[in-house]
Design a protein around this ligand. Sequence first.
Ligand code: DQA
Length: 144
Amino acid sequence: MKILLLNGPNLNLLGKREPDIYGSETLADVEKYLREYASQCDCELSCLQSNAEHVLLDAIHQAMGSIDGVIINPGALTHTSVALRDAFLGTKLPFIEVHLSNVHARESFRHKSFLSDVAEGIIVGCGTLGYKLALDALIQKLKH
Ligand code: DQA
């Protein structure tokens, strides 16, 4: 099984960025842990972070036919990007949306997601553990 982990804008700053909200682990730590965990589950995980919306869109397009499912933390694009929504609708790639923080307990502009209603699942407010939970959930869903 092949899974793609996508992280959007500012998630390259994980560990340095607002650690009271996003924690002290870096994205490199998260990706390393998740790659190892995926391989224990007979899964191959590829990882991409970008601050550019079009890079994420291209990655989703390229994943069509070669990747079984996607885990995405779209960062602030969650709340603005019709294009990401359309990319998932257009490719029909199953995906799980992850947010480190509980976006529903934050500013009201973070309550709206353009992706949630078309996601297989959503994991919110569980910190970096959310990525592992998403991987477990996606593997289960793809097996059935
Ligand atoms: C985030 C929440 C978003 O509102 C924010 O813009 C981010 C990170 C999260 O993981 O909690 O960049 O997606």
